[in-house]
Design a protein around this ligand. Structure first.
Ligand code: C2E
Ligand code: MG
Ligand code: MG
Length: 432
């Protein structure tokens, strides 16, 4: 593909006029136009945690990637601080846009070195097609924005569909409610048991937050957690999760031996050095041993500010707190990553586990991850086990622990107390 032109940066209004022009050309030629919006989610973080020079380098790197994908008739425009648009002329079908989005993502997912730091791109793309998804610049842009909101850290891009509009409209106003919900204690912690595959005994739980909105009912955690991150409210939620879990841990008297409650902690929080001290204080207040707490971090947690994050994690690990790497396999980890992280366990993402019996590729990934983790002295937890066949396969593959609907969905504190008390503990088999 030959290079398109980059309009280094225009304001939003100027961009809408360019879009309008391209829509008119498409209409005159009876052609379809693809619009891909690319939003850099971690640009602000890079600006504040590394430097503005790094942020600028990152924008230049992204512009180069987009230019590389564009053909001579396409346009690449930076229309906001962290947003780019790619206009694809004369697309035949969705497949064309998908190819372009895939290509963009493949190149963006390689790490970039900016201002001497290695940074991973966190980008989400939304795709709309004229005239299918809208006829005016406003309609096409809106459709692409709605699609972008539907893209996640794992899917990276999404096409517009009318159902997304309904969902987005359903969420209007929820931002304002979130702050109030935190203040008024509408959040609750639920717990999903984890079992040791060696003896089928419960060996811990993962604490998962629930928000029961008085009018809307349950709001999905991936929605409100993402919102809290964007609104700067995530630390409040993390303290709530941590303190509630440690307090309720003392209410589970049936727990025996090696049992730990795992709390999800987002990357922004891990970077804060005071986080370690707050965790250690919380352990003291709730009279919990450090090994009774597991901090779950995702693979990307260490990418933006590796030094600060590693310091926090090392401090916690030195005190005995366990560290789990969550959703493993969905990010970009290399072997070097393991060498540095003071982790104690690795959780294989559900997307590899759920289809593992039918898909030899997934099965191979699971086996490789188990071997790799064991090589680094880490315990392996498989997430998302829904049937006994998958459990049996994981036992044969040497997996250590399991979590999934097959054992229990996430349940309330009271529900967990009942679940644990009904458990007949099996003695650990003697080694052969
Ligand atoms: P996660 O940390 O990977 O949590 C596991 C998710 O997989 C949970 O979804 C759990 O209900 C689901 N799951 C477990 N086993 C199965 C299974 O067998 N089948 C299926 N279909 N799903 C299973 P949930 O509770 O909806 O949470 C989604 C994500 O939201 C979590 O993914 C985590 O990233 C985030 N989250 C939830 N609670 C918190 C929290 O307190 N703090 C933070 N920072 N993030 C949270
Ligand atoms: Mg988790
Ligand atoms: Mg997970």
């Amino acid at each position: 593909m030959s290079s398109g032109r980059v309009t280094s940066k225009t304001g939003f209004t100027a961009f809408m006029s360019v879009l309008d022009h391209h829509l008119q050309v498409s209409e005159a030629n009876n052609q379809k136009l693809g619009l891909i919006l690319v939003e850099l989610d971690n640009l602000r973080r890079v600006n504040t945690t590394i430097s503005y020079d790094a942020g600028r380098d990152m924008l230049v790197a992204v512009a180069e990637v987009l230019q590389g994908v564009a053909r001579s008739c396409d346009r690449v425009i930076q229309y906001s601080d962290q947003g780019f648009a790619v206009l694809l002329c004369g697309v035949r079908n969705e497949g064309h846009c998908e190819l372009a989005a895939n290509k963009i993502w493949r190149e963006l997912e390689d790490s970039f070195v900016v201002d001497g730091h290695r940074v991973l791109m966190e980008a989400r793309m939304g795709i709309a097609i004229y005239p299918r998804d809208g006829r005016t610049p406003k309609e096409v842009m809106k459709a692409a924005e709605v699609a972008q909101n539907a893209a996640t850290a794992t899917t990276h891009f999404a096409f517009y569909s009318p159902a997304q509009t309904a969902e987005a409209t359903g969420l209007i106003g929820i931002e304002a409610d979130l702050e109030q919900a935190i203040r008024e204690g509408q959040m609750e912690m639920h717990y999903q048991p984890k079992l040791a595959l060696q003896n089928s005994n419960p060996c811990g739980v993962e604490a998962l937050m629930r928000w029961f909105h008085p009018q809307r009912g349950a709001v999905r955690p991936d929605i409100f957690i993402g919102l809290a991150e964007r609104l700067g409210l995530i630390d409040d939620l993390t303290w709530f999760a941590l303190n509630t879990s440690l307090r309720q841990l003392r209410e589970w008297p049936q727990v025996r031996g090696d049992f730990s409650v795992a709390v999800n902690v987002p990357p922004q929080t891990i970077q804060k050095i005071e986080f370690a001290e707050l965790v250690l204080n919380a352990l003291q207040i709730w009279d919990a041993k450090p090994e009774e707490l597991t901090i779950e971090i995702t693979e990307t947690a260490l990418m933006t500010n590796p030094k600060a994050s590693l310091e926090t994690l090392q401090l916690l690990r030195d005190e005995g707190v366990r560290i789990a790497i969550d959703d493993f396999g969905t990010g970009y980890s290399s072997l070097a990553y393991f060498k540095n992280i003071p982790a104690t366990e690795l959780k294989i993402d559900r997307s590899f586990v759920f289809n593992m019996l039918d898909n030899p590729g997934d099965r191979q990934i699971v086996q490789t991850v188990i071997n790799l983790a064991h090589g680094f002295g880490l315990k392996v937890v498989a997430e998302g086990i829904e049937d006994s066949e998958t459990e049996a396969a994981l036992i044969a593959m040497g997996c250590d622990q399991a979590q999934g609907y097959f054992y229990s969905k996430p349940i309330s504190n009271r529900g967990l107390q009942g679940w644990l008390s009904g458990f007949a503990y099996t003695p650990t088999p003697e080694p052969a």
